[in-house]
Design a protein around this ligand. Sequence first.
Ligand code: MTE
Ligand code: MO
Length: 508
Amino acid sequence: MRTPRGAWVLGGVLAGLAGTAVSHAVAMALHLRESPMQAVASLVVRATPGPVSDLAIGNLGSAAKPVLLTAIGLGLLVLFALAGLLARRRWWAGLVLPLALAAIGATAMLLRPEIRGPLDLLPVLAALVTWVGCLALVLLPLRRSEAAASAPSRRAFLLGAGAVALLAAVGGVAGQLLRGARDRVEETRRLLRLPLEAVPPVLEYEVDQTLSDLAPWRTPNDDFYVVHTALAVPTVDPSAWRLRIHGMVERELELTLEDLVRRPVTEAWMTLGCVSNEVGGDLVGNAWWSGVRVAEVLAEAGVDPRADAVLQTSEDGWTCATPLAALTDERSAMLAFGMNGEPLPVEHGFPVRTVVPGLYGYVSACKWVVDLQVTRFDRVEAYWTSRGWAERAPVRQASRIDVPRQGQAVRPGPLRAAGVAWHQHTGVEQVEVQLDGGGWQSTVLGGVPSVDTWRQWVVDLDVAPGDHVLRVRSVNGEGEVQSGILRDPVPDGATGWHEIEFTVEEET
Ligand SMILES: Nc1nc2c(c(=O)[nH]1)N[C@H]1C(S)=C(S)[C@@H](COP(=O)(O)O)O[C@H]1N2
Ligand SMILES: [Mo]
C-alpha cells in the first residue's frame, strides 16, 4: 500500500518550517541580529560581485533584499518538500538535506563580521534538531504503514502534522515578539537624551597608533568584551526602570532614571576586566563611563555601620555581592548610564549598570541593575560565589603582549613590541620584557589619566633571525612585581607572565 506523495511533501514542508521558526526564535533570544537564514542572505549579498549587486539594486531598488529573502524562502520550501520525499525512499535520505543546510547555515553564521563565539551556532543546531525531530514525528506513521502494507493512519499523521504546525507557529510568534522587544529597546535607547559628556581626547595615552595589533587605549563599545549569564539579553524600558536601595539602611529609596540623572554626574576612564580572563586573554576593556557615584546614593539612604556588603541584583535575577568599602571610598564606583559618550549599549547593561574600579566584574559590575541591598557578607551568597568563585575579588596585576602576535613571523630588522598592562586602583609604574630568558628590560609607557585604567607599553628590540620567546611583567604603583606563578582564573583570577613565541625571518 503506497502512501500518498502529498502527505510526504506536506510533512517535509511543515517540519522544515518548524525548524526555521524555532531557529529564528533562538537567534532572537540570543540577541543575534540575524537568524541563520538571514545570515545566508547577508553572505550572498557580501559575496555578490559589485557589478551584479549594482545591477540588482538598479533594477529592483530597495526591493533587492526582500526579493533575495523571498527567493531563499521559496528555495527552502522546495528543499523542505524534497527532504520529505527523500525520507519516503530511505529514512536516512531524509537527513541529507537538513545536514547540508545546517552546514551552510553554520558557515554563514561563522562568517558574519559580528561573530561572538560558538554560542552563535545554537540557532543552527536548534534548526537541525527541530527539523529532523519533526520529520520523524510526521513521517514515521507513514513509513510504518508502508512497511506494514496497511492503509496509512490518517489520524496519526494529522496529529503529528498538527503538532509540528503548532510548533512552527509558536516559534514564529516567539521570534517576532523577541525581535520586537529588542527593536523597541534599541529605538528608545537611540532617542534617549542623557547628560553625557563627549569622550575626551586620548592621544597622550596611545604609545603608537600605527601598530594595528595593539589594543587601542580606548575600547570602542562594539569591541568591548561581553560576559553575562542571560541567554536573552534583558530589554529594560528606561521609563519603567527603578532602582531599589534597601536592607541595612535608614531610609529605603526607589529611584527612577530621571531621579538618577538629576544628581551630579561623574565621569571617569576605567578599565573593566573579567576574572575568567586567562593570562594574555582579551576579556578586558577600557572605556569612558558616565554615571552617579554609588556612594552618593548610599549616603542618602543612610547605611548601617554594621553592614559590609551590597548585594546587587540585575533585572534578570543575576546577583553579585560587593564590598561596601569599595562602593563608598574615594574611588569612582558608579551607577553608570553612559559608556564612551553614549547611553549604555543594551548588552552592556542598558539603562544602568554598576562599575567599580579595581574589582572583577563578577563581584561588582552588575548590568541591568535594579536592586541594591545593603547587607553583610556573612548573610548572603551571590551567583558566582555560590559556584566556587571567591567572595572578594580585587583585580590582579596583569600585563599582555599584543605585538608581535603569538606565532607571528616578523621581518628582520628592529622589532617594535607593544601591549597593555593593568592593575586598576593601584596603577602600573613600569612594564618590563624579557627576550629569550635574558635580562629584564624596561619599556616606554603611555600616559594615563588615573590608576584605574590600563597602560600601553612599547619597546624596540634588536632580534636576530630565528625563533624567539618574549615575556612581559609589570611593576605596580606600590612597587610590587607581577607574580610569575602560573595560576588558573578559578577562584579569584589568573596570575603569571604572558609569554609569546615568534620568528624573525632570515635576511634576503
Ligand atoms: N546582570 C549581569 N551582570 C553582570 C554579569 C552577568 O552575568 N549578569 N556578568 C558580570 C561579569 S562576570 C563581567 S566580567 C562583567 C562584564 O561586563 P561587560 O559584558 O559589559 O564587559 O559584567 C558583570 N555583570
Ligand atoms: Mo567576568
